[in-house]
Design a protein around this ligand. Structure first.
Ligand code: SF4
Length: 360
């Protein structure tokens, strides 16, 4: 609901956090409530406090996570963030992001200032860098400089979807009613090449600044930790302000793939909605029926990657970033040979070899 600026009512929130699946989550593994929009921090502080009061009253064990664009960050909001959220996350792109009056410059300035403000307050913020064409053009040094300027250490690189096109034209769904073909701004090959540049050319700076990149860490530890929760329909629900329910938040504007509405459907109906079951089947079975993945040595850890885009895009790379995974495997071999020379198990200081030499 990006276009109508709706706000969730406390009544809707009460219904959500009263669901059995929230209430029955174990105390030592509580449910996580991600607050995202739109822009959560554009709401009046009184509204945010009212949301928090509802959660504290009905689901006191839930953990709260904030997703914000950091355009506004007052002292009052920083206090609220510290008191409310166990983690905070933002998105960044070197271009195509602007303030409400259309200024890219103002956006960049305020984003950097506020990201640094968080670091100065001791708040670690995960930054999801949208790898659109402008960010790739700006080069890896742009991100290194941003990390240096702001003092933030956790960076992630997301596929950049052409949301304007999606909102204007909608998307096709497959046999599983899953929108797996959304348009992107750059190819997988460009994305993978960019990530490899980071590991290969800027390892020293990453070590110096303590930068961690989630995708690289998960490749190294061989976790199946796909991007942006698009393979977690079985444990993940998104609610629009009016109570409409869906799976991954990237689909929030696409009506045919909703699972019902919290005001009109029972929890049982929502959790067993045929579309939800089909989505889960797609993410856990249907998606694997792709020839690129059949014989892939990384299948166990990757499982076809980010599920709302195609597995291949004709660029010679796949969404699981096979070339990045291969590169990290080559690095792992080097690390085993030189554990005292290389930096740390998740990234390491690469030996002074070219990509081709490392691959060999
Ligand atoms: S790395 Fe690529 S080919 Fe391999 S499983 Fe992942 S998406 Fe499929």
């Amino acid at each position: 609901m990006r276009q109508n600026r709706a706000m969730m009512s406390t009544d809707t929130l009460e219904k959500i956090v009263s669901m059995d699946c929230v209430q029955s989550a174990p105390k030592d593994d509580p449910i996580t409530l991600c607050w995202l929009g739109g822009e959560v921090m554009a709401l009046p502080i009184e509204t945010l406090i009212a949301y928090r009061d509802v959660i504290h009253r009905i689901a006191p064990h839930a953990r709260n996570r904030l997703v914000t664009n950091l355009f506004s960050l007052t002292h009052e909001q920083i206090k609220f963030i510290k008191e409310t959220f166990f983690s905070i996350e933002t998105t960044y792109a070197a271009g195509m992001k602007m303030s409400l009056d259309g200024s890219e410059e103002k956006y960049q300035h305020r984003f950097k200032r506020n990201l640094k403000k968080l670091a100065d307050e001791g708040i670690l913020c995960h930054v999801n860098v949208e790898l659109n064409d402008k960010t790739i053009e700006a080069g890896v040094d742009h991100i290194i400089e941003l990390a240096r300027e702001t003092g933030q250490k956790c960076w992630e690189f997301d596929i950049s979807i052409k949301f304007d096109q999606v909102l204007e034209k909608g998307v096709q769904v497959n046999d599983y009613l899953y929108a797996d073909d959304v348009p992107m701004t750059v190819s997988y090959k460009q994305w993978a090449d960019y990530i490899i540049q980071f590991i290969r050319d800027r390892n020293k700076e990453m070590k110096e600044l303590g930068i961690r990149i989630g995708f690289i860490d998960s490749c190294f530890s061989k976790d199946n930790d796909p991007f942006f929760n698009t393979m977690k329909t079985h444990v993940y629900l998104t609610f629009n302000p009016n109570g409409d329910v869906l799976g991954a938040p990237v689909f929030s504007a696409l009506h045919p793939i909703f699972y019902g509405n919290i005001h009109q459907n029972s929890e049982k109906e929502i959790l067993n909605h045929p579309t939800k079951l089909k989505h889960t089947a797609y993410e856990h079975v249907g998606r694997f029926h792709h020839e690129a993945c059949y014989h892939c040595e990384f299948f166990t850890e990757c499982k076809g990657g980010f599920s709302c885009v195609p597995i291949t895009d004709g660029s010679g790379e796949c969404v699981g970033m096979k070339s990045v995974r291969s590169y990290i495997e080559a690095y792992r071999t080097e690390f085993a040979k030189h554990p005292n020379v290389l930096w740390n198990p998740s990234l390491g200081e690469l030996p002074n070899l070219t990509f081709d030499e490392l691959e060999r």
